[in-house]
Ligand binder design. Structure first.
Ligand code: SF4
Length: 362
């Protein structure tokens, strides 16, 4: 019987988030122990298979073409390059490879066919495969599932209200629709967000309402601390404190007890003690590798040393769900439909995004 609640309100979540710190930590650690092995942490490797040159205006992202950052764009990696990197990730102890492409949405064609081949290749290596490719249609989600995809990542980023302060080129509902398209397949959902973008505690709670009221809740929820990058609209944002990060992780753990909560971007700025507190509060997944798409991340060896110090063990692949079958391209049930879905473009004015492009309303 599913005992997970899907009717959390913003007020209830805020109340949890604002509890005295020790009470919050204790409650979250208790929920964590009831639902997970507290000494096991899932390790994922994030591979940027297509970097930069993105048409979107996400205010936190150095890959948006319109901002002047130091990110060098790359075309889509080849299947053999991806295979080599996935093998290295496996040797280093990762159970999951997450491939990220800086696209607004997936378009049918050679590049998507290549991504499908990458999914088949990594699944055959015995690793969980995740993709984050932007918005996808139901048919595209089905094709990914058939190739052997284990998880699809599509972050909500923030509350619906604050999302409008961050991105003007797409709408929140498109995010939810993509998640729903993934849910029409056996692929698991990975969706979370970022704190430290200037949002309030109410917005953080609002994002957790949006995620926890999904039924089923996402199987994994990444919580990122903004890494402010020069040239982006959020370059001058103050670093989020470890206390806020622990509060966010603990609250996520309490409202989504069975989810794998991923301690994602921003770990470089955290001490090992801070990270240990996050694991105690219910984080049970990290990204390994010295880069997270384009921003720095702790070295794999440093992470393994930290695991040793804390007595943590990396989670084996397919512990939570059986390995999907991979169907070869020639035996596929689905064909590319060449759809032209109408994903929205709200186009409202976000002053700080315009200022970072060197434009202003005035
Ligand atoms: S977050 Fe993704 S969609 Fe937004 S600008 Fe960056 S790469 Fe593009």
């Amino acid at each position: 019987m599913d005992t997970t609640r899907h009717n959390w309100t913003r007020e209830e979540i805020l109340e949890i988030y604002n509890k005295p710190f020790m009470d919050l930590l204790y409650e979250a650690a208790t929920v964590h122990r009831q639902n997970h092995d507290p000494n096991t942490v899932q390790v994922s490797t994030l591979l940027s298979i297509k970097t930069g040159g993105c048409s979107e205006d996400c205010g936190y992202c150095p890959q948006a073409a319109r901002y002047h950052t130091n990110v060098e764009g790359n075309d889509l990696m080849s299947v053999s390059q991806v295979k080599a990197q996935a093998m290295r990730a496996k040797e280093a102890g990762s159970s999951r490879v997450c491939m990220g492409a800086a696209w607004r949405n997936v378009k049918d064609g050679q590049e998507f066919d290549d991504v499908l081949e990458m999914v088949r290749t990594i699944n055959r290596l015995g690793l969980e495969v995740c993709c984050t490719l932007g918005m996808i249609t139901e048919n595209q989600a089905k094709r990914l599932a058939e190739a052997g995809l284990y998880a699809y990542n599509h972050n909500l980023d923030s509350s619906e209200e604050y999302y409008k302060e961050v991105i003007s080129t797409r709408g929140y509902q498109d995010r939810l629709d993509t998640i729903e398209n993934v849910r029409k397949t056996a692929v698991t959902v990975c969706s979370g967000g970022i704190i430290g973008m200037g949002e309030s505690a109410e917005d953080r709670a609002g994002m957790l309402v949006a995620l926890s009221t999904l039924n089923p809740q996402p199987e994994s929820v990444p919580i990122n601390a903004l890494v402010p990058v020069e040239g982006t609209p959020m370059a001058k944002q103050k670093q989020v404190s470890i206390w806020e990060m622990v509060r966010m992780i603990a609250t996520t753990r309490i409202v989504m007890p069975e989810t794998q909560v991923r301690l994602s971007a921003g770990r470089t700025q955290m001490s090992r003690e801070g990270q240990a507190m996050c694991f105690f509060a219910g984080a049970n997944s990290i990204f390994a590798g010295d880069k997270l798409l384009t921003t720095p991340n702790p070295d794999v060896n440093e992470d393994m040393e930290m695991f040793k110090t804390l007595g943590l063990n990396p989670q084996k692949p397919f512990v939570k769900k059986a390995q999907p079958q991979t169907v070869d391209a020639e035996n596929s049930e689905y064909r590319a439909l060449g759809e032209k879905p109408r994903w929205t473009r709200p186009g409202h004015i976000i002053e700080r995004n315009l200022a970072a492009q060197g434009k202003s309303k005035a």
